[in-house]
Design a protein around this ligand. Structure first.
Ligand code: UDP
Ligand code: MG
Length: 321
């Protein structure tokens, strides 16, 4: 029987975990075609999440609980979970019921239709503060403008991934990471499911504005070199404009005399011109830094879905039973 793991990162979710588990169990127990296991990653909670999870695990042998040594953040918690997976497909979910278990069958349905990545897309974020909605709108506009891969707005970590994807994902070594960005970069056959996100059941979202901004900056810099090159482009602009202005001022002083530019203005414009040159130099350095960055991050150059050798039956990347 094929095997699906539900991977849940948890940070201070003691109040939610029980209810999350029972709602999920209600859904998965009706799906008889697959066997399910749960992998709970306790991301250094301080509210007894681990104890609660452990208690569930004692009753249900399909639950595995992993406790990280401290709070590493959701992206790392997910990564830790992914590294431990051995299943035909994983479904990643939040513990606060904002990723409703009722959508799980839909994810599996798409998977059965041959999609290797099924991403949940949040359609309505009721009761989200305006600032947050605006922030997320701007974030996706910018990142899609500057990034080499398209990132679907409102797509979330509520995702199903096939074994091929999981195995390849384990090879990624970059330290600054946004899991869903990497998954979008990977290619493979992808589709979306739209879901309504209810408000958090208990506790508070730990994603403060400060953390969200840090995450956004992180994703800009890990998916695009544009911020780095921007200085250089600005330099080109400043250099050209100030060069023309300087030329105009010199000709004016020599022949036309209608501007009466003071000596100070010459100094100022010349100074601006040189600042432009400095910015251009910075932009050039950015190009080299960009190359170094790409080498250091060490993303795989390409990913292979499968390989068929003459005479053999098709061999998927990783053996299935
Ligand atoms: N989470 C985590 N580590 C963190 C922050 C969050 O594992 O440092 C988990 C959290 O327990 C939840 C999921 O990530 O299961 C999403 O977190 P949250 O609901 O706070 O984020 P939001 O819904 O605002 O995106
Ligand atoms: Mg949440």
């Amino acid at each position: 029987m094929r095997h699906i793991t539900i991977l849940v990162p948890m940070y201070n979710e003691a109040e939610n975990i029980e209810r999350f588990y029972s709602e999920l169990e209600e859904v998965t127990s009706k799906i008889e075609k697959y066997s399910f296991t749960y992998l709970f990653v306790d991301d250094g909670s301080v509210d007894g999440t681990f104890v609660q999870a452990e208690e569930l695990a004692r009753k249900d042998p399909r639950i595995t609980v992993v406790e990280l040594s401290r709070n590493f953040g959701k992206e790392i918690a997910l990564t830790a979970g992914i590294d431990m997976l051995d299943c035909d497909a994983v479904i990643m979910m939040d513990a606060d019921l904002q990723h409703p278990p009722s959508y799980v069958p839909e994810f599996i349905d798409k998977w059965e239709n041959g999609f290797e990545i099924v991403a949940g897309r949040r359609v309505s974020i009721e009761k989200q503060p305006l600032m947050r909605r605006l922030g997320s709108f701007i974030f996706y506009k910018i990142i899609n403008l500057i990034s080499e891969v398209q990132i679907v707005p409102q797509s979330t970590d509520f995702r199903l991934m096939d074994r091929v994807v999981i195995e390849q994902l384990k090879q990624f070594t970059e330290r600054n990471r946004m899991v869903r960005g990497i998954v979008d970069w990977m290619g493979f056959r992808k589709t979306h499911i739209e879901f309504q996100a209810p408000v958090r059941t208990a506790g508070e979202s730990v994603y403060s504005y400060r953390k969200l901004i840090a995450l956004a900056v992180n994703s800009f810099t890990s998916f695009s070199l544009v911020p780095l090159k921007a200085g250089g482009y600005l330099g080109v602009f400043i250099t050209f404009v100030s060069a023309f202005l300087l030329l105009f001022m010199i000709i004016d002083r020599l022949f036309w005399h209608f501007g009466n530019f003071t000596n100070l203005s010459f100094v100022l414009v010349a100074n601006t011109f040189f600042m432009g040159l400095v910015l251009i130099a910075l932009g050039l350095i950015a190009l080299y830094v960009g190359n170094i960055n790409a080498e250091v991050v060490g993303r795989p150059l390409y990913l292979v879905r499968r390989r068929v050798e003459g005479g053999d039956e098709e061999k998927p990347c990783e053996k299935r039973e």
